[in-house]
Design a protein around this ligand. Structure first.
Ligand code: SF4
Length: 147
């Protein structure tokens, strides 16, 4: 099920039926970690584990918990592919800072194009998105680049 706060014109998952902006726990942390650990154990030589999902991964309220637990049992690197629109929120920024690589979407240069391309939830504005992205890049010490 797609969960997103955008409904991008280019989305491979189709139009977003219900735009979400509140974070929720969609999967139990333990179930995700157990499943990942099983795969890591069965397939050696994994360099990166990337969090993306069917929609926007930062809408998962337990994103930070999941990546922290993963890092506690595995030495590889973690990556986050995000639309970047919620980085202005302190809790989302805190979770994103835990990743080794963060790849936010950069596709529009002003409010008009932003709304036309991403068709975001009404509470997300271009200014908020940009503010979040800039604050994040000032604090982040990992690899950050647009997807
Ligand atoms: S942010 Fe990603 S998942 Fe959400 S609508 Fe855009 S392309 Fe689709």
């Amino acid at each position: 099920m797609k969960v997103c706060n955008y409904s991008c014109v280019y989305c491979q998952l189709g139009r977003t039926k219900n735009l979400q902006i509140e974070r929720k726990k969609y999967f139990e942390t333990k179930d995700v970690i157990d499943s990942l650990y099983e795969r890591i154990s069965a397939n050696g030589g994994i360099d990166y584990i990337t969090f993306m999902g069917d929609g926007e991964p930062t809408l998962a309220a337990n994103l930070g918990e999941m990546v922290s637990e993963l890092k506690g049992l595995w030495d590889g690197k973690t990556a986050l592919i995000t639309n970047g629109s919620l980085l202005f929120k302190t809790d989302v920024k805190k979770d994103a800072l835990l990743f080794d690589v963060v790849s936010p979407t950069v596709a529009a240069g002003d409010e008009k194009k932003f709304r036309r391309i991403h068709r975001p939830h009404g509470k997300i504005t271009y200014d908020l998105y940009l503010k979040g992205l800039m604050q994040f890049s000032e604090e982040y010490g990992g690899i950050c680049g647009p997807k």
